[in-house]
Ligand binder design. Structure first.
Ligand SMILES: Cc1ncc(COP(=O)(O)O)c(C=O)c1O
Length: 502
């Protein structure tokens, strides 16, 4: 029976928990996470390893956490910081006074996905006469474009990348443009392989067709200009390229700001206009939102402002040099190991490698690297491209590079000795035979248990097994619709309310 006199469940206790105890709980929970600092996690986090930077960002976040971006007239501090961040991003990306893009404007969003959804929405809403709008993207474009297309009911025309260069194929992209196309997009660089698409040719083709062209520079857009200044052969990709109408760049990636900040830039205010949503047809305040969220915390924006101001141009140049050297060191380590090959020569901040035909099982290798304290990101095989291992490299990796080579060699030897993971026959048969539609909740629970996924309330096990090779092998064997469905079901199993008070 529920005791109606007390409301308790999960985080809510009948009597409040003392502050220090709560913080201890958070620290204990955090101890189970992948390490955000220390240069051994090659995805999700961007660590410059600059002493005091975290503290500065946290202090700035604290100053503005309760400020609401909903109304810039009530909180001009936030408007000033946003405009300053947009100016900084514009300048890094070839815009501003004295450039060929003097009228660039922009908005601060919560992240790359929001920036891309808004870029697609803006392009779509610029053409209300097109009833079935479409966008053209290379197959290497970030999944957020597919999400945008899905949310906004825009058709997604995916053009395969060149299997040799892993870059978008400009001729094929041009050929994919139709009368209903509202946006052509490309990446600088792509997340999976870290290569820069041929933006000049793609933007020219889009301009010829009278279509907008978005450059997704969310990932490495803040670093590429600095790499160029350091002498690296970075191809043109920013507002200096005619035909580029919008660019996104995430400050929570290589601008090294804490999570929750990206910038979406448009070449001019007219191009940005359809991004806004305004609504006065209700009894409350007239809502005018430049971005998806309405209430927005000032915390992430203030933290990003503090980070960008503190690091400065010189700081970013220095961090880019450190990162470039770390990338070179990691790529050399991969080249030195028999059985591995780079997917592409690094041209930004990514090292991506795969196994040769006589090489180790890549998913076993990933587990062996994890066992040695290196958290890499496995990427499944896709459209003729082999499975690969992705390393996002940040400045914090530099001091670790010398340790990586010997550990990689040892991990490859261990993976070779262990041999490839073999899917149990019944699992292989199940995945081969199942369609997403045939996947019942019971089957998913059985599959998750068989793979050691889940944890769940009352269980001491984490959400993932220590070794992931079996899970990755199973997913790799499945077609993408099945991968999506399986992972959706697994994540949904993890997302369950906790009813017992902690
Ligand atoms: C190229 C690119 N675009 C967009 C995104 C999406 O960014 P977010 O995860 O901040 O939504 C990412 C994230 O890695 C990315 O690499």
């Amino acid at each position: 029976m529920i005791d109606e006199s007390r409301v308790e469940a999960g985080a809510l206790r009948a009597t409040g928990v003392p502050a220090e105890q709560v913080l201890e709980e958070v620290r204990t929970l955090r101890a189970g996470d992948a390490p955000t600092h220390g240069g051994r996690l090659f995805a999700y986090v961007y660590d410059p390893a600059v002493p005091g930077l975290d503290e500065l960002a946290a202090a700035a976040h604290r100053e503005s956490a309760h400020v609401n971006g909903l109304d810039p007239t009530a909180f001009p501090s936030l408007l000033a910081m946003e405009n300053a961040l947009v100016g900084a991003a514009g300048r890094v990306l070839g815009a501003g006074p004295g450039t060929t893009a003097p009228d660039v404007v922009g908005s601060v969003t919560s992240g790359g996905t929001e920036s891309l959804i808004l870029a697609v929405k803006t392009a779509r809403d610029a053409h209300p006469e097109i009833t079935e709008p479409r966008i053209v993207v290379p197959s290497s474009a970030h999944a957020a474009f597919a999400k945008a297309a899905h949310y906004l009911r825009v058709a997604l025309d995916v053009v395969p990348v060149s299997p040799e260069t892993l870059r978008a194929d400009p001729a094929a992209m041009a050929a994919a443009i139709r009368p209903e196309t509202v946006l052509v997009a490309c990446s600088a660089p792509s997340y999976a392989h870290g290569v820069v698409d041929p933006v000049t040719r793609i933007a020219a083709a889009a301009a010829d067709a009278g279509v907008r062209c978005h450059v997704d520079a969310c990932f490495g857009g803040w670093t590429l200009p600095y790499l160029r200044r350091l002498g690296e052969p970075v191809p043109p990709f920013d507002f200096a390229v005619p035909g580029v109408t919008s660019i996104s760049v995430d400050l929570h990636k290589y601008a090294y700001a804490p999570k929750g900040v990206s910038v979406l830039l448009h070449r001019d205010a007219a191009l940005r206009a359809p991004q806004y949503f305004a609504y006065a047809d209700w009894p409350g305040y007239t809502m005018i939102n430049p971005v998806i969220a309405s209430t927005r915390s000032g915390g992430p924006i203030a933290a990003a402002y503090a980070t960008v101001r503190h690091l400065g141009d010189e700081g970013y140049l220095r961090l880019s040099a450190i990162t470039r050297d770390a990338v070179a060191g990691l790529a050399d380590a991969v080249r030195a190991v028999d059985g591995l090959r780079l997917m592409a020569e690094p041209e930004s901040t990514v090292v991506c490698f795969t196994a040769t035909d006589d090489g180790p099982d890549l998913f076993v290798l990933v587990d062996e690297l994890t066992a040695r304290g290196w958290h890499t990101q496995p990427q499944l095989s896709y459209d003729g491209l082999p499975a690969s291992v992705h390393l996002t490299v940040t400045a914090a990796v530099a001091p670790r590079v010398a340790e990586f080579g010997p550990d990689l060699t040892a991990a490859v030897a261990a993976a070779r000795a262990a041999g490839p993971v073999r899917l149990p026959a019944e699992l292989a048969a199940l995945v081969g035979a199942l369609t997403p539609e045939a996947l019942t909740p019971d089957l998913v629970v059985g599959l998750a248990a068989g793979l050691g996924l889940g944890g769940g309330e009352g269980s001491d096990a984490g959400p993932l097994p220590e070794r992931m090779a079996l899970v990755n092998t199973l997913l790799d064997a499945a077609p993408s619709a099945m991968r999506e469905r399986l992972l959706m079901e697994f994540v949904s199993l993890l997302q369950r309310p906790r009813w017992t008070p902690s």
